[in-house]
Design a protein around this ligand. Structure first.
Ligand SMILES: [Zn+2]
Length: 273
């Protein structure tokens, strides 16, 4: 009986590579046709703008008008808040805003200003189910956050309350984190920080109201604290407005022992009103 088992086991072990080998040409053919299909689509259909669907200069990008309107953020900017300066004084600078009202997080970086283009793009991702936008967004964010990502241990997405997650079916920040992780090979900690209180949307609220709205909305379970202790974390979200949400998350992560908390967003409001 034992012999029979061994024979059967041995035979299946022997057959497995054969089966895999037999499958290889089929898989290769499938890959060939998929790649061919993509190439054909790229040849036949001109690349369109991610934001407005008009013809774009390069595949996977924006048309010239949207590119200009996106307002990609370049140096010089405030080393703390990531807000762009209109002039270059030649050295690392901290903005008066960062001195007057220092954030709880260490540094923030964003790919673009939150203007009409960024608003449309974020809206398409969150409410238009345009998950194809995640990859290019992550590419722009990885470039903008190069410095903070190089010095990080792990990525954490700003969590949604489960009721919001249920409505939207996905957390845009978690999707961005996954794509950034694929590009940077940084590990993801997405099951530690929780949104324990459903908060009304921040839109239309003043700075103080925003801070009050998210106060105590986030939490880390005591047993999960060890997973962030001593770690350099990059917190990821789609938009940074006044920084109230990022600060609320950073406060909880700081209490759990994270050694550094930087923030990376697709867009940020440059002059919050
Ligand atoms: Zn466009």
């Amino acid at each position: 009986m034992a012999k029979w088992h061994r024979r059967k086991f041995g035979a299946s072990l022997f057959l497995m590579p054969l089966a895999a080998k037999a499958f290889q040409p089929i898989a290769a053919a499938a890959q060939f046709f998929a790649a061919g299909g993509r190439a054909l689509a790229q040849t036949v259909l001109p690349p369109t703008c991610l934001a407005c669907r008009k013809p774009a200069g390069a595949s996977g990008g924006l048309c010239p008008a949207c590119w200009q309107g996106a307002g990609f953020i370049e140096r010089p900017y405030c080393e703390r808040l990531g807000t762009p300066f209109s002039y270059d004084s030649g050295g690392p600078l901290i903005s008066p805003g960062a001195f007057a009202d220092p954030p709880v997080f260490d540094r923030a970086r964003a790919a673009m200003r939150f203007g009409d283009v960024a608003r449309d793009l974020v809206h398409l991702l969150k409410y238009g189910d345009r998950l194809d936008l995640v990859k290019p967004f992550a590419r722009w964010m990885t470039r903008a956050g190069d410095e903070i990502l190089c010095e990080a241990d792990a990525l954490i997405p700003v969590p949604l309350h489960w009721t919001r997650l249920f409505q939207r079916r996905f957390n845009q920040s978690a999707e961005l984190v996954r794509a950034i992780s694929r590009q940077t090979k940084l590990s993801v900690i997405d099951d530690v920080l929780a949104r324990v209180r459903a908060t009304p949307p921040q839109v239309g609220l003043a700075r103080e109201e925003r801070a009050k709205n998210v106060h105590g909305a986030f939490s880390i379970e005591k047993t999960a604290r060890l997973r962030v202790k001593g770690k350099r974390i990059v917190l990821v979200d789609d938009v940074l407005t006044t920084g109230a949400t990022a600060n609320a998350c950073a406060r909880v992560l700081r209490r759990a022992g994270a050694s550094r908390i930087d923030v990376l967003t697709l867009a940020r409001v440059v002059d919050p009103v």
